[in-house]
Design a protein around this ligand. Structure first.
Ligand code: PLP
Length: 398
């Protein structure tokens, strides 16, 4: 009867990974499931990046690198931040980690004390609240409704701030909503953060996947005061179809970077050396593959938005970034299938998977029960077939 970690007992498993696992289990049984649950590009890592990894295996020293990352990779990251985001950082501001998820984990560990509050706009990415809790801090949610494009209202932000507020999370483009903040909106947020001395954790991992008239602005680039308060989080996974390579990074003030580097030096040491070499190529090599992937995502996004809004009882707003759509299912909540009532997004997701063989992540995972997150990181053929299955199944809900 050993008492295990009380803090970690309270950590929920990732629902997005759970839906994916269940879909894969059905697939293994020979059932053809269309997966709209995944959070990864369906493209291969571009060839130049794969080749660079192979080259490093054959020709480079694959021993430990400095715990916070290879100097050459940090230089490539600094160049990228300058070129893409107008941000001037030096090597000592950069920490390279095992994916952006690890970067975020390090960030919360580095800044939080027990009882600190961290503001999370909701719908939120599934891991934020759990990571905040793992750092002994308290997640404070701000509801960002669909009518406001799922974006933070500055009045709500001001109201949520207390003497215990340590940080806020900003995720633009957003997973799960696809919302992208404009420069003007970021300026308002930055003003409040500076006034109240709050750290902004700016998760910019979907930066390259942006559509229509939207552009990506890093909040850190607005002025020096907000830059000093911001931890920019980014990584290779989504832009370069490198999810399994596990390379992410942060740019922050030197003090925070030092603490994060120290934590990492004891927890994991350096991220995989081969993946670090490949990431140098990703950031500094030919970028045309990124644009080709973005164009493919854009085409699927438009198709999916159009079809969803034509299916009776479903609707969605047009997302401007990432590869997700938040599908509103409120008209189906309370209906029944075979005498079983649909109480919320979890029931809805279960029914779709079981009876329509379509995997979609329930909004409950992101703090919103009348919505579902549907990913368009899938082939056009699968998207067409999946939506047809959805369309054919829904009339059975009475
Ligand atoms: N941040 C957001 C918003 C994400 O959606 C993800 C991945 O799903 C990550 C961070 C983590 O990315 P990585 O694979 O680099 O750990």
């Amino acid at each position: 009867n050993i008492q295990l970690s009380r803090k970690h007992n309270d950590i929920a498993p990732s629902v997005t990974l759970f839906v994916d696992a269940k879909a894969k289990e059905m697939q293994a049984k020979g059932i053809n499931v269309i997966g709209f649950g995944v959070g990864e590009p369906d493209f291969r890592t571009p060839e130049n990046i794969r080749k660079r990894a192979i080259y490093s295996i054959e020709n480079e020293n694959l021993g430990y690198t400095p715990a916070s990352g290879l100097q050459k990779l940090k230089e490539a990251i600094c160049d990228k931040l300058k070129l893409d985001n107008g941000l001037e950082y030096k090597m000592e501001h950069i920490i390279v980690s095992n994916g952006a998820k690890h970067s975020l984990y390090n960030a919360f560990q580095a800044i939080c004390n027990p009882g600190d509050e961290v503001i999370i706009p909701s719908p939120y990415w599934v891991s934020y609240p759990e990571m905040v809790k793992m750092a002994d801090a308290i997640p404070v949610f701000i509801d960002c409704p669909e009518e406001k494009e799922f974006k933070l209202d500055i009045k709500d932000l001001k109201n949520a701030i207390t003497s215990k507020t340590k940080a806020m999370i900003l995720n633009s483009p957003s997973n799960p909503t696809g919302s992208v903040y404009t420069k003007e909106e970021l300026e308002e947020i930055a003003k409040v953060a500076v006034e109240k001395n709050i750290i902004v954790i700016s998760d910019e991992i979907y930066e390259k996947l942006i559509y229509d008239d939207a552009t990506h602005v890093s909040i850190a680039s607005l002025n020096d005061r907000i830059k000093d308060l911001t931890i920019v989080v980014n990584g290779m996974a989504k832009a370069y179809a490198m999810t399994g390579w596990r390379i992410g990074y942060t740019a922050s003030n030197a003090q925070i970077a030092k603490i994060m580097g120290n934590i990492q030096s004891h927890a994991t040491s350096n991220p995989n050396t081969i993946a670090q070499y490949a990431s140098i190529e990703a950031l500094s090599g030919d970028q045309t593959a990124i644009e080709n992937m973005r164009l493919a995502f854009d085409e699927r996004r438009k198709y999916m938005v159009d079809r969803i809004n034509k299916i009776p009882g479903l609707s969605c707003i047009v997302p401007k970034g990432a590869f997700y759509i938040m599908m509103n299912i409120s008209q189906y909540i309370g209906k029944e299938f075979n005498g079983n009532k649909i109480k919320g997004s979890l029931d809805f997701a279960d029914l779709l998977l079981e009876h329509a063989h379509v995997a979609i992540v329930p909004g409950a995972a992101f703090g919103v029960d009348q919505l579902m997150r549907i990913s368009y990181a899938n082939s056009m053929d699968n998207i067409k077939e999946g939506l047809t299955r959805l369309e054919n199944f829904l009339p059975q809900l009475k």
